[in-house]
Design a protein around this ligand. Structure first.
Ligand code: SF4
Length: 400
């Protein structure tokens, strides 16, 4: 089996805001310490919707990478790279496109939503229809076991799984596979071979998923097997096919709890965002100007936190005693709104201080970011090339 890799990408949208931080980056930071992670800038994806104005992509890419590093993505733990610097993604996309039914792409729910949401753009393009397939290539090329996604992206992962399954079914045939697999079983040693056969039967005849898990775990531990025999036995467990592409699982991430300054979703286009590296003075001004409970016209009017976006910020940033102070003070008009906002300002400024510090060396010397990404591109490319070797071979394109 392959290591439990996580793959995740973001479109280069330029400077990131605190909504991105609390929605995605914090998860990335947690994951990078737990398992191998590959994080990429999805510059080709940006072109699927912004093909008519590519001028912003390059700057947006570098700005976003600085933000990732500022937020705490650690290049000694995770691999950071740019999608278009690993052209194997495009090759896999092309090869997968040969066998992907059009209907699979058209039924992805976000396809129709996006067409409606971005009505000002002409998205009746081949590239836009194919972007979930490009996403599939982005993940399958690293044989990732997990993809962190929000609820709305789960259908994309489902489609990736179908694509991987279809690929393995169509191309996972190996001449003499059955015989080679049985020889590999013998290499397990008699006790393990017996158990393997029992578990395989339990899975194939009775659909026993536990048996499948148990057999996989046993193969992981079997030191006597070569990599290729292990792969054969993984494939043999589920049928008579070799596993070339791995079906990834969706790793559900909690949606960001941090709304924009006006209570709607935080977005640069709504003008309600706080940038990840927003200067301190600007944070203070923005929070001071934040709308509050509309019923609290005068300082002496009692308010209701549930109707106030500042309260949502307190829920993210304040500890229990401060939250109680807000609840009581607001409802009794014991505190004023300016007073209420101060702990939020202080907490955001404290959160951002290390981000500013971490960003500074990269701003002073942009070649540092270039070097990190060059390393990441190379690491990612090596992994992608390994998969592509198997893919080409399986599709009869290795020309050896
Ligand atoms: S006191 Fe705080 S929670 Fe209440 S309306 Fe003012 S800012 Fe909002």
């Amino acid at each position: 089996m392959y290591p439990d890799r996580v793959v995740s990408g973001m479109r280069p949208t330029g400077s990131m805001h605190l909504g991105h931080y609390h929605g995605a980056l914090k998860n990335w930071i947690t994951m990078q310490a737990e398992q191998p992670c590959l994080f990429f800038v999805a510059d080709w994806h940006a072109l699927t919707t912004h093909y008519d104005d590519p001028s912003i992509i390059e700057k947006a890419t570098w700005d976003m990478l600085v933000d990732w590093l500022a937020a705490g993505i650690d290049p000694t733990q995770a691999t950071l790279f740019i999608q278009s610097r690993v052209p194997e993604h495009a090759e896999l996309h092309l090869l997968l496109s040969m066998a992907t039914p059009l209907g699979w792409l058209e039924r992805v729910p976000t396809y129709k939503d996006q067409i409606e949401n971005l009505a000002n753009r002409d998205l009746a393009t081949y590239g836009f229809l194919g972007y979930p397939l490009l996403q599939a290539a982005d993940v399958l090329i690293y044989r990732a076991s997990e993809v962190p996604v929000g609820e709305d992206q789960v259908p994309h992962i489902e489609m990736m799984r179908e694509i991987a399954r279809r690929f393995n079914h169509l191309y996972g045939k190996e001449p003499g596979f059955e015989q080679k697999a049985q020889e590999a079983v013998k290499k397990l040693g008699s006790k393990r071979a017996k158990l393997y056969n029992e578990l395989r039967t339990a899975y194939q005849q009775d659909g026993d998923d536990d048996a499948l898990d148990q057999a996989r775990a046993m193969l992981e531990e079997a030191g006597s097997l070569s990599m290729i025999d292990r792969e054969r036995l993984f494939g043999y467990l589920e049928g008579s096919r070799k596993l070339i592409l791995v079906e990834p699982e969706a790793k559900l991430t909690a949606a960001s709890r941090l709304p924009g300054l006006d209570g709607r979703k935080m977005s640069k286009s709504y003008g309600n965002a706080i940038a990840l590296r927003e200067p301190k003075e600007s944070v203070t001004t923005k929070i001071r100007k934040m709308p509050t409970d509309p019923a609290r016209v005068r300082r002496t009017d009692a308010g209701e936190p549930a109707r106030c976006p500042v309260w949502q910020f307190h829920q993210v940033y304040s500890d229990a005693p401060t939250q109680e102070w807000v609840q009581k003070g607001c409802r009794s008009a014991g505190i004023g709104c300016i007073e209420c906002k101060q702990p939020v300002i202080d907490a955001i400024v404290a959160e951002q201080e290390p981000m500013h510090e971490r960003a500074q060396p990269y701003l002073d010397d942009p070649s540092l970011v270039r070097a990190i990404v060059a390393d990441g591109n190379e690491t990612a490319r090596k992994l992608a090339q390994e998969t592509m070797r198997d893919v080409r071979e399986a599709m009869g394109l290795s020309y050896t």
